[in-house]
Design a protein around this ligand. Sequence first.
Ligand SMILES: C[N+](C)(C)CCCC[C@H](N)C(=O)O
Ligand SMILES: O=C(O)CCC(=O)C(=O)O
Ligand SMILES: [Fe+2]
Length: 350
Amino acid sequence: LDLPYVWLRDHCRCDVCYNHQTCQKNIDNFELDLDIRPTEVSFDGTVLTIEWPDKHLTSYNIDWLLENTYHDQHRDRVERVLWNKAIMATITEQPMVPYKDFMETEDGLKEHVKNLMKYGFSVVTQAPPSHEGTLAVSQRLTFLQPTFFGPSWSFTSDMAFGDTAYTTLGLGAHTDNTYFMSPSGIQVFHVLEHQGTGGETLLVDGFFAAETLRRDNPTAFKCLSETVVAHEFYDSDHRVRSLGTVLSFHPTTKKMFSIRFNPYDRSPLHTVPPDQIKKFYKSYAALTEEIRKPESEVWLKLKPGMVLFVDNWRVMHGRSSFTGLRRVSGCYLPRDDWFGKARLFGLQNL
Ligand SMILES: C[N+](C)(C)CCCC[C@H](N)C(=O)O
Ligand SMILES: O=C(O)CCC(=O)C(=O)O
Ligand SMILES: [Fe+2]
């Protein structure tokens, strides 16, 4: 551990420097002396005590220091398991949690969050097969994230919104809300009824596809990590548009952070200089090919009572075309809050 003294002064957790009731700092950065040096330092193996020139005392527990200095570190690290169809088939403990455990025990909730961190999706089983059931399980994790689709929905193929989701057409793997600067963190899917054929749910691990591209086609990977593209949701009432790269990375650890992939919702390509356009299309096609490979795809037929949570920053979803009446209930959940819940459980995957 090698820290400038000013860092140690800035992070003082005494009652004057830190409000333990609100967990907020009282320090005025403006007054920090960059060249401050302690007048006395002692360490008893657990607690580091520092006396500053103005007689102010700071003490640190060594565990707190180790956890907070270089990175937002957590004891219970969750290793991500990137998957394709074959890998998913070998996983013995499927990411599923029974409704009763999920609703009534902290362990059940933690298990679900851990599944989301590890695989990018998790299913709550045996839930009440109703829209209220969807809301109950969703709100057990976080509050809902409202959008112009409403706080939540229960939709059929009636074109209630001008979007292919509201038809009987098949949808290739995509993430939702690519047209928002910060897309929703989780999408919840609950098929309440379906009398007919097709309508299966498709899942593809975007991080697996991106890592495969990084290995097999680094030029395309680099292009999609650096090229800013626009997405949009346009209808008579909305002119929503965003800018962002298809692949993005955690700002400090550089691990995969999000994939923004929805070919249907891409805006006119006005952000790419003419001499880069062919390169972008080639790179986007290479990623699309990876995503569309049958060996990337996991298909499941959702039944009433199975509530699927999908990490919308990592795992893409789609569906096959269908016949008959099919009603899907769901909502979006905010990314900051489900990650906040994970942090409360001491879980971290970044
Ligand atoms: C609201 N509900 C989930 C039913 C439909 C959302 C689909 C909208 C859009 N194509 C997107 O990918 O974000
Ligand atoms: O109908 C479905 O299963 C999913 C449609 C979809 O992509 C969505 O609602 O975001
Ligand atoms: Fe979607």
